[in-house]
Design a protein around this ligand. Structure first.
Ligand code: 13P
Length: 295
């Protein structure tokens, strides 16, 4: 059932309220848009708190960003070009949500993509959440930075800025934003605990098959090999080690970092490890010893 323009205005107000209530935006952060029939866009106006909007505040533009209607003095969001690039490349997308959720934006600031095969549901629904290069907000740099990713991803981080979610309707886009932030929260906790088990490449393959079973329409398949640098991603790159006999694989990247001297070294040259990291090292050594003695 298609929603009327009046209903879509109410939906944008509700999604803005949820973004603000969950702390995904502060001050005037974030913006929301939905496609309207007749090649038009219904969008949040610039410079308002997204937590306290009313339906009549929304503006309507054409698909080149020209203002068609709105209350006197209202202008479209300063990030309209970023929204438009998503709609241009993705006819299946009918809504775009941009926010600055603190945990996922923390990953975007640290330059750490959410691209590891850690949670089955995230692999199935979003694949990976890459980071688009930094572009100055509200300038054409930002749409240029997201352009390579929106073709193949429904969720991405914006370096040193925030997150972007695309959906077939407004609530689908909003729920993807919730998933991005939830995934960032869980990833942060696992890393603070000092270890991460990854889903094996083979399990990722099984999860990808579930997309068909659940009717999840994804813009691109999951792939586990790194694409050549500098080329638009043609698939959703997920970090998942091959391990035909196992579904979960303890990530040994941390152990490799120890060997490379990448682990933080404190004053006096002592190595500082969390309890979890130390446990991982010991368990890995025991596993190697056991494998050698039973071989
Ligand atoms: P607008 O208020 O212009 O939509 O900008 C908010 C924002 O988050 C910019 O990135």
């Amino acid at each position: 059932m298609t929603r009327s323009e009046d209903q879509l205005r109410l939906d944008i107000v509700e999604v803005g309220r949820r973004l603000w209530t969950r702390g995904f935006v502060a001050s005037n952060d974030g913006n929301i848009s939905v496609r309207l029939p007749g090649d038009r866009l219904l969008m949040t106006p610039t410079s308002v708190s997204k937590g306290f909007m009313s339906p009549e505040m929304m503006v309507i533009t054409d698909m080149d960003g020209r203002l068609l209607s709105g209350e006197p003095g209202r202008k479209a969001s300063s990030e309209i070009l970023m929204h438009l690039v998503a709609y241009r490349h993705r006819p299946d997308v009918h809504a775009v949500v941009h926010a600055h959720p603190p945990l996922s934006t923390g990953f975007a600031v640290a330059g750490i993509p959410l691209d590891r095969a850690v949670l089955a549901e995230v692999v199935t629904t979003l694949g990976s959440i890459p980071i688009a290069e930094y572009g100055t907000p509200s300038t054409p740099e930002l749409p240029a930075a997201v352009e390579p990713y929106v073709k193949t991803h429904d969720a991405l981080l914006l370096a040193n800025h925030g997150a972007l979610a695309l959906g077939r309707d407004l609530f689908a886009a909003y729920y993807k934003m919730e998933t991005i932030e939830h995934f960032a929260r869980i990833s942060l906790v696992a890393r603070l605990l000092g270890r991460e088990h990854l889903l094996s490449r083979e399990e990722v393959g099984r999860l990808q098959e579930l997309r068909g079973t659940y009717g999840i329409a994804s813009p691109a398949p999951v792939c586990v090999d790194d694409p050549p640098a500098g080329v638009d991603p043609s698939c959703q790159v997920v970090v998942a080690p091959s391990s035909p006999g196992e579904r979960l694989v303890l990530d040994t990247a941390f152990l490799a970092d120890v060997a490379d001297g990448q682990v933080p070294v404190g004053n006096g040259g002592e190595i500082q490890l969390t309890y979890g990291q130390l446990t991982t090292l010991i368990e890995d050594a025991v596993r190697h010893l056991t494998a050698r003695t039973t071989a």
